[in-house]
Design a protein. Structure first.
Length: 295
């Protein structure tokens, strides 16, 4: 008969016998803010403060040992976070990026907003056209023509955008049916890893793609905004509260529960951050589980 000893017991014999996990700050550093915008990613989050500087915090940001970094080289008005990459749009419409950068930055200088995924990036340019770039599956770079309100780049190889006329268009990888948008008129959309969701005219959520990976979808709530990344999705409901759904698969150890009222949210791989009316940022959840012996 084979016996296995618990990790806690082994630690009393060999201190290095078991892997450990380090805690990293999930909320902004004390003394920072107020903020105008927040963006969550896989291992860290960033926010634009009222001075138009960027503050980032989390786990070893941009492959450094730092738990918080600030950028004040330009006047920034928008920021987006992917896996370990951060990109921001300056007041002149230029995109600047920091961290491991396989995605790259576009040469154009007329961006209004951008969204950084894990394998690609897209942005809304002046005139509300969409431009996409990066090293991933080429199909996601060919954005459709037309006018778009915003674009959401998923963690895999699919991208969805909300057109100015209320249509939703998705393009790129369709392995799980992520680009097969149902009929309807929408007010919001978000792409995840193997599925996507949108807000119908009445505020309810509808999803498509690999639906068996979506748990606890709040079908009875009305939403004003939603965001997704990998297997986690969250929405800002009509009362300003955050409701989340998702799956137990992947590197997230538990579901995300948030409290408070917010005017904006952003979803990372295993956490969500909310911006309050008075410019405070509060985040809920965790960073994906990484054991020290895996580093």
């Amino acid at each position: 008969m084979r016996f296995s000893l618990p990790c806690a017991f082994l630690l009393t014999i060999f201190l290095s016998a078991c892997p450990t996990e380090t805690e990293y700050q999930i909320n902004p550093p004390e003394g920072t803010g107020p903020f105008l915008e927040v963006a969550a990613g896989m291992n860290h989050s960033c926010a634009v403060d009222t001075e138009k500087n960027i503050i980032c915090w989390g786990r070893e940001i941009h492959n450094t040992k730092e738990e918080s970094i600030s950028f004040a080289d330009a006047e920034y008005h928008h920021v987006s976070v992917g896996a370990d990459l951060t990109c921001a749009v300056t007041a002149t419409g230029q995109v600047e990026c920091w961290g491991p950068n396989e995605v790259g930055a576009p040469d154009e200088i007329d961006f209004l907003t951008i969204d950084i995924g894990y394998q690609s990036a897209c942005g809304i340019q002046s005139g509300n056209s969409v431009s996409c770039w990066g090293p991933g599956d080429d199909s996601q770079y060919y954005a459709p023509d037309g006018s778009f309100e915003y674009v959401n780049t998923g963690a895999d190889s699919a991208v969805c955008g909300l057109a100015s006329d209320g249509d939703v268009e998705c393009w790129g990888s369709n392995t799980w049916g992520q680009t097969e948008v149902p009929e309807g008129s929408f007010s919001g959309v978000a792409a995840a890893s193997r599925n996507a969701c949108a807000i119908l005219e009445g505020g309810q959520i509808t999803c498509w793609g690999r639906l068996d990976e979506i748990d606890s979808l709040p079908l009875d709530s009305q939403f004003q905004y939603i965001d997704m990344l990998v297997d986690l999705g969250c929405g800002l409901n009509s009362e300003g509260s955050i409701e989340c759904w998702g799956s137990s698969i992947g590197d997230c150890e538990e579901s995300v529960e948030a409290s408070g009222e917010y005017v904006e949210i952003s979803v990372g791989e295993c956490h969500v951050c909310g911006l309050t009316q008075d410019g405070n940022v509060k985040c809920f959840g965790e960073y994906p589980r990484i054991l020290e012996h895996d580093r």
